[in-house]
Design a protein. Structure first.
Length: 640
């Protein structure tokens, strides 16, 4: 019996070995390349871990470790094409930009933020620059990075490699990051390595392209794409290693955006299907990174989402226009949406640091942000309090210090107007809530109305789409924005807000905004902390868009800065911490950017190219009559 068991065991062992051998040999060259690069990175991580364990943290030892980290980063860049797309959560452990992030992604934004600890190469490099280094902490950052590598060998991840669909989706994210992240230093702690890493990565991706085409000839990257990519490589190879001298403008305009256009065409042509939440917000039908339809941040239609008929949509827009200017929404019938969000001022209020409260005496605590492009944020308000445009409208209407009304009162007053009631009754059958008109119908009409003003292209968009060009000063300003000025590490292409590829979440930053321009104390507004309490969220605010910034002063959540020069000086000096304020969790570097007067001028010249021309918006000539005579003295736009 014992001999029989031994023979059976040997047979099973041989069978398993044969299956393993066949499994290895069954891999396509594309899969084999993936596993080879994965193993190379894992080996480099292990060697780095061993070096740290054996090294003394002397200046020479630290320098040696940093050099080895860079070798590890080079291996990572060789496989970044896959890592970032196939498992974005694990990627934060390999090359996380922050020690802790509180995530609220679009598909989970109705839940509380969840903590994600960063680790890996960037954080390890930054940690080595600190004055008091603990070896265990350093080892933890690298060990965590190494621990997640096996995730990328799991069947749920590897299965994607067997079909071509994932390739074009990986490539799309890669191209978006070429435009928004890879050239800015967002995840590279050493500015001197930004361009060399970019160059190395692009050559590695060229190799991935070639091996992909061998493995999937039926859905290969066409010669047109490969030829343009080769030109992009030639361009990058000829660039100076100094990221401050890199020509971001030409790189994106002449190469990255056209490559994105082609890749989008292939996604259509090959009927590429995504199973990943990474692609949740992206629009596969757009043909330019600088299309206002690149991603969806919000549903402007709200409860009218199912409505497609153009005439019906025009009627929703018309009634939304009336409601936006109608003070019937307020508790005293004297205040409208247009009281604070003035159409002639880009739907903001540029006349003061903040508007008056409902009591018409005290000031509101925060500056009035523009509603133009608000829909390109996944979280709304400066503290991210709201998850939808409609919820924001509802909150403003019922907020005691803003419009001072309540839901039942608003519905009663609005429906006392025959014109409003007739329109909403007709629309009722087109909405999920078919039994009764609710405040959701009112809010959705308003958001649909003002969101159309977010569809305008700026001169910068037109230049990037090769419909026009910018002046030398404007292009140099953009290059500064993406490099020395470090603006592009928080205000991401193409919306220049805090939504970065793959455009599924809104970022918050701690800048150390002062209470006044004397910089004697920090603003008392706790920002995101008011909504969700964590050490990292205190004094954090959602990163707003730079679009139309030249038209929407004053700036910051409290309107403390009156012009763009003051804003740029604030950043140039290292934010609040750079000016001597105690901001222990500041995410903005406290080091001076050392911008010259001329560089600041060029930055402003670029920012002005993001101004979007809005057509004049006239208020309605009159407002709908109510069956309640006391409501028929309402003034269009309100009184204050």
């Amino acid at each position: 019996m014992k001999r029989k068991i031994t023979i059976i065991s040997i047979i099973f062992s041989l069978a398993f070995a044969l299956l393993s051998f066949n499994s290895i040999n069954d891999k396509t060259p594309y899969e084999a390349e993936y596993f080879n690069k994965l193993n190379d990175l894992k080996t480099e991580q292990s060697d780095l871990l061993q070096l740290i364990q054996q090294s003394e943290l002397t200046p020479d030892g630290i320098a040696h470790i940093k050099g080895r980290i860079q070798l590890c980063r080079n291996k990572m860049k060789g496989i970044d094409f896959w890592l970032r797309y196939l498992e974005p959560v694990s990627y934060k452990s390999i090359n996380g930009p922050l020690p802790v992030e509180w995530e609220t992604e679009v598909f989970e934004k109705f839940e509380k933020p969840y903590r994600r600890d960063g680790a890996g190469l960037t954080l390890a490099s930054l940690y080595l620059d600190e004055s008091d280094i603990n070896k265990d902490t350093l080892l933890h950052l690298i060990q965590t990075s190494l621990n997640v590598m096996d995730v990328y060998k799991a069947d749920t991840v590897v299965s994607h490699l067997k079909t071509p669909d994932h390739f074009f989706l990986c490539n799309r994210l890669y191209l978006l990051n070429l435009a928004a992240i890879y050239t800015t230093g967002f995840e590279c702690p050493d500015p001197a390595q930004v361009v060399p890493e970019l160059r190395l990565m692009m050559h590695e991706v060229k190799n991935i392209y070639s091996i992909y085409n061998l493995s999937f000839p039926d859905k290969a990257l066409p010669d047109e794409y490969l030829a343009l990519y080769e030109k992009a490589l030639t361009f990058v190879d000829a660039q100076n290693n100094d990221m401050n001298k890199f020509n971001h403008y030409d790189f994106i305009r002449e190469f990255v955006n056209p490559l994105f256009t082609l890749n989008q065409q292939y996604i259509q042509q090959y009927h590429v299907f995504s199973k990943s939440m990474v692609d949740y917000s992206l629009n596969k039908n757009v043909t330019s990174i600088f299309s206002k339809s690149l991603y969806n941040g919000q549903n402007a239609k709200g409860i009218f989402l199912r409505v497609k008929d153009s005439a019906t949509l025009a009627e929703i827009d018309r009634v939304g226009h009336l409601l936006f200017f109608d003070p019937i929404l307020s508790g005293n019938n004297r205040r409208s949406c247009a009281s604070c969000h003035k159409p002639e001022q880009y739907f903001a209020d540029t006349l003061g640091s903040s508007n008056l409260q409902f009591n018409n005496t005290e000031a509101l605590p925060r500056n009035t942000p523009s509603l133009v492009n608000a829909g390109y944020n996944h979280l709304l308000m400066l503290d991210g309090k709201h998850t939808s445009l409609q919820n924001q409208v509802h909150d403003v209407i019922t907020n005691k210090v803003e419009m001072g009304s309540d839901e039942n009162e608003v519905l009663q007053k609005v429906l006392s107007c025959k014109e409003y009631k007739k329109v909403f009754t007709a629309l009722l059958k087109l909405t999920p809530q078919e039994k009764e008109i609710t405040i959701e119908h009112i809010a959705s009409a308003i958001t649909y109305y003002y969101s159309k003003f977010s569809q305008t292209q700026s001169p910068f968009d037109n230049a990037m789409n090769n419909k026009s060009s910018l002046s030398a000063s404007e292009t140099e300003g953009f290059n500064l924005f993406m490099s020395k000025a470090q603006c592009g590490t928080c205000h991401f292409v193409p919306m220049f807000n805090g939504v970065k590829p793959p455009y599924v979440g809104s970022e918050f930053e701690v800048l150390g905004v002062p209470a006044d321009t004397n910089f004697k104390k920090l603003s008392p507004d706790n920002g995101r902390y008011v909504v969700f309490q964590a050490d990292e969220t205190k004094n954090a605010f959602r990163t707003g868009t730079i679009r139309n910034a030249a038209m929407t002063a004053p700036y910051m959540h409290n309107g403390v800065f009156k012009n763009l020069n003051q804003v740029i000086d604030f950043y140039n000096n290292g934010g609040g911490a750079g000016k001597g304020l105690n901001v222990p969790n500041q995410t903005l570097s406290s080091d001076s950017l050392k911008l010259t007067v001329m560089e600041k001028t060029k930055l402003i010249a670029f920012i002005k190219t993001l101004n979007e021309p809005l057509r004049p918006e006239l208020p309605p000539k009159s407002l709908p009559k109510s069956s309640n005579p006391l409501l028929n003295n309402r003034k269009v736009g309100g009184i204050y």
